[in-house]
Design a protein around this ligand. Structure first.
Ligand code: AMP
Length: 210
């Protein structure tokens, strides 16, 4: 049976998730976390909300974040402001015993200047909606050239909400050596096309709802 201890995650992350009541990893966590910790391959995961996907990508992103480097290292894109806030809150709770790992939400409908000020202080993990993220990249306030991984969460929702162009723009500005992780409840042709155009060799993972 897989355990959080087996993944090689920082002990302070394990303590935080145990405190949240996570005793054993969910199936998608058991498949995704070891992969993110060791392999260079991209990932496409069929996963709905409720499968534990946030921790599946979030725990390795937090473990791999370098607190001594203030540059953005992981960018998570998601379709709505609510999801952005939720993911950010979850990641902050997983990282509460780690010093120097900053996680920031950037989304539209909120003043951009406070988000710019927060970005200036440095955030290793940025969780954004595609429109606002693109805007911040354009304004040269968010730098994604050296990013190590991009997570596309609820990719099908982002495409149906018309964010494809923003996503393509953002991916085109990132480091081509980045790792890309795509999570989606459904896998329509448009997602596979996006994967074909912007992802390298990838592993596919299917998650069942817990
Ligand atoms: P998500 O699919 O990421 O939205 O997670 C769904 C819910 O499951 C959230 O409330 C998480 O806090 C919770 N959760 C995630 N991983 C675990 C786990 N390993 N054990 C118990 N609960 C979990």
């Amino acid at each position: 049976m897989s355990t959080f201890e087996n993944f090689g995650l920082h002990q302070n992350i394990i303590t935080a998730v145990h405190e949240l009541g996570f005793e054993t990893p969910t199936p998608i966590q058991s498949e995704t976390i070891p992969h993110l910790m060791s392999s260079q391959q991209d990932i496409i995961a069929t996963a709905q909300t409720g499968t534990g996907k946030t921790a599946a990508f979030g725990l390795p992103a937090i473990h791999l974040a370098n607190p001594d480097n203030k540059n953005t290292q992981t960018l998570v894109l998601c379709p709505t402001r609510e999801l952005c806030v939720q993911i950010t809150r979850d990641l902050i709770s997983y990282s509460k015993y780690l010093k120097g790992v900053n996680i920031l939400a950037v989304y539209g409908g909120e003043r951009i200047d406070s988000q710019i000020r927060a970005l200036k202080k440095g955030a290793q993990i940025v969780v954004g909606t595609p429109g606002r993220t693109r805007d911040l990249i354009n304004r040269k306030k968010l730098f994604v050239e050296n990013i190590e991984r991009v997570v596309l969460d609820e990719a099908d929702e982002m495409l149906t909400s018309g964010f494809i162009e923003d996503i393509e723009f953002i991916l085109s500005k990132t480091n081509p050596d980045r790792k890309t992780l795509l999570f989606s409840a459904t896998m329509p042709g448009a997602i596979l096309k996006l994967a074909k155009n912007y992802m390298k060799e990838y592993t596919t993972i299917q998650a069942k709802k817990e």
